[in-house]
Design a protein around this ligand. Structure first.
Ligand code: NAP
Length: 251
């Protein structure tokens, strides 16, 4: 039987592109997001290109952490098991500079990018332990490398999920369950299209291809694209605050 993949946040951007990419690679798909109309349109697009494809859709708001496991379990049952779960759903609109009155938006970022992704990974690990195999993919960001000015909650959320995924990897060491953590740079999607500067931005089609290749290679960790971010990420950790402060888009 062909392999199966569940993607959260599949209604747009990277998640949508991964759905198209893995459908073209012959995978059976379980796609979840809040905007079901976008998922339905995506399913139609996939079936137009691959009439044989199996595509299951579910409404899912990962902020409702209590509902995540049931949706993942149901999709796994429908597809006869899952091989890969991608914790991709995320938001980027931070509350602005720290102390500027936007804390509610910062809290929503943590609720989605950290607690929502943790709930997804937690449910996937429980399922994969029963199946005795599987692959978890955590979508972090190069923003995890440094506390970026103007994006404190986003940087914190992406660092937190990378560390959580690392704990899962260490707990699962010696099992047939793999944990892949990816650190995208700028991929052209709605999450960053309002930013003034997007260094080394790549089209979403290219980003989706690179991410799908990394998932299929079952890498532990990788920046996306590897060049230049695998070099730039460690440098970001070393930059002095005077230089980092100049990157604040909100100043
Ligand atoms: N694009 C980049 O340059 C970049 C770089 C680094 C990391 N990332 C990460 O990549 C992931 C995907 O982002 P993107 O660039 O593809 O942005 P996007 O186009 O805005 O897509 C975000 C996806 O997440 C879903 N989502 C948001 N909140 C959700 C919730 N509460 N429950 C379920 N789904 C939710 C959205 O679906 P609904 O609104 O329909 O729910 C949408 O499908 C995010 O985790 C982001 O942080 C992106």
């Amino acid at each position: 039987m062909s392999r199966s993949i569940l993607i959260t946040g599949a209604s747009s951007g990277i998640g949508r592109q991964l759905a198209l990419e893995f459908a073209a690679r012959g995978y059976r798909l379980a796609l979840a997001a809040r905007r079901v109309d976008s998922l339905v349109a995506l399913k139609q697009e996939i079936l137009a290109a691959q009439p044989q494809a199996q595509v299951e859709l579910r409404a899912l708001d990962v902020q409702q952490t209590g509902s995540v496991a049931a949706v993942i379990e149901e999709l796994a049952t429908t597809l006869g098991g899952l091989d890969i779960v991608v914790a991709n759903a995320g938001i980027g609109d931070s509350g602005g500079n720290i102390g500027s009155g936007g804390f509610a938006r910062d809290a929503a970022i943590i609720q989605t990018n950290v607690l929502g992704a943790m709930a997804t990974i937690d449910a996937a690990v429980a399922l994969f332990r029963r199946q005795q195999q599987g692959q978890i993919v955590a979508i972090s960001s190069v923003a995890a490398a440094r506390g970026l000015p103007g994006a404190g909650s986003y940087s914190a959320s992406k660092a937190a999920i990378a560390v959580y995924a690392d704990s899962a990897r260490n707990e699962l060491h010696g099992t047939a369950i793999r944990v892949t953590t990816l650190y995208p740079g700028f991929i052209d999607t709605a999450i960053n299209q309002r930013l003034r500067s997007r260094p080394f931005v790549i089209p979403v089609e290219k980003g989706g291809r690179i991410i799908a290749d990394l998932i299929e290679r079952r890498v532990q960790q990788a920046a996306v694209p590897g060049w230049p971010w695998s070099l730039v990420m460690p440098l970001m950790k070393l930059l002095p605050a005077t230089l980092v402060a100049k990157q604040n888009p909100l100043k």
